[in-house]
Write a protein that binds this ligand. Structure first.
Ligand code: CDP
Length: 229
C-alpha cells in the first residue's frame, strides 16, 4: 500500500509521515531528501544550480539511497553515489538550494524513476510535494497537510535550533515563503493537493492527532479493498 503525504515546508509532513510509518510498520520514504541530496552534490561540484544539463547528468549518474536497519521504518543514513549526505541535506544552505534543482524537469524525471523503484513491492509512507499527483497517482491514501505560514516557520526555526543552526524566525519565514512560491508556481509537478487527497490543517492539531487521522484513512482504504483492518 502507498500512503502519499504532500504539503509545503513545515506543515508537519516529516514528523507525521515518520510516526505513521512506524505505527503502520511501513517504510518511510522522504522524497525531499532525494532532491536535497542532488542539491548538496551540485553545490559540492560547483555546478550552476540552474544548469539543467549539468544537474540532470548528476541525477542520472548517482543513485540516492536510504540505509535501513532490518525491519526499521526510518533510515539511518542517506547517501548519493559514494557520498554520505545525512547531515549536509539539513543545513540552511541545502534549504536555499533545493528548490532550484527540484524545478528542473529532467532532474524530476530521474528522481521519479528512483522513487518508484525504492517503493516497488513495499508498503510505504511517501512524503513530498507531488506524490499524490505525479509519482503515485494510484496511492490508496492521499493526504495534503497544511499549516499557517507562521506556525510552519516556528516549527522550522525550532528544528534548525535543535540541529545547532541559529536562525531568526523572520528569516525562516521568508525562506519558507520563497520556497513555497517556487514550488507552487513551477511548470513541472507544482506543489498542489491531488483532487482525491484528504486535506488536513495541522496548525492546531498535535502530531498524534494527525497520525490518528492518517491511520484511520489507511484502515478504511484496507476495508474498502476487502483486506485486513
Ligand atoms: O522538509 P521540507 O518541507 O522543508 O522540505 P523537503 O520535503 O525536504 O523538500 C525540500 C524541497 O524539495 C522542496 O521545497 C521542493 O522544492 C523539493 N521537493 C520536490 O520538488 N518534490 C518532492 N516530491 C519533494 C521535495
Amino acid at each position: 500500500m502507498i500512503v502519499a503525504i504532500d504539503g509545503p515546508a513545515g506543515s508537519g509532513k516529516s514528523t507525521t509521515a515518520k510516526l505513521a510509518a512506524e505505527r503502520l510498520g511501513f517504510r518511510y520514504l522522504d522524497t525531499g531528501a532525494m532532491y536535497r541530496a542532488i542539491a548538496v552534490r551540485a553545490l559540492a561540484e560547483r555546478l550552476d544550480l540552474d544548469d539543467e544539463a549539468g544537474v540532470t547528468s548528476l541525477a542520472q549518474r548517482e543513485r540516492v539511497l536510504f540505509a535501513h536497519e532490518e525491519g526499521s521504518a526510518l533510515p539511518t543514513r542517506v547517501t548519493i553515489g559514494a557520498h554520505d549526505v545525512t547531515a549536509a541535506i539539513r543545513t540552511p544552505e541545502a534549504d536555499a538550494a533545493v528548490s532550484h534543482v527540484a524545478r528542473l524537469a529532467r532532474v524530476r524525471e530521474a528522481m521519479l524513476a528512483q522513487q518508484r523503484s525504492i517503493a516497488e513491492g513495499r508498503d510505504v509512507v511517501v512524503e513530498g510535494r507531488d506524490i499524490g499527483t505525479v509519482v503515485f497517482p494510484q496511492a490508496e491514501v492521499k493526504v495534503y497537510l497544511t499549516a499557517s505560514p507562521h506556525e510552519r516557520a516556528r516549527r522550522r526555526t525550532a528544528e534548525q535550533a535543535e540541529r545547532g543552526h541559529a536562525v531568526e524566525h523572520e528569516e525562516v519565514l521568508e525562506s519558507i515563503e520563497r520556497r513555497d512560491e517556487i514550488d507552487s508556481t513551477r511548470e513541472v509537478a507544482p506543489l498542489q493537493a491531488a483532487e482525491d487527497a484528504v486535506e488536513l490543517d495541522s496548525t492546531e492539531l498535535s502530531v498524534d492527532e494527525v497520525v490518528d487521522a492518517i491511520e484511520a484513512l489507511v484502515h478504511s482504504a484496507r476495508s474498502a479493498a476487502g483486506g485486513p483492518r
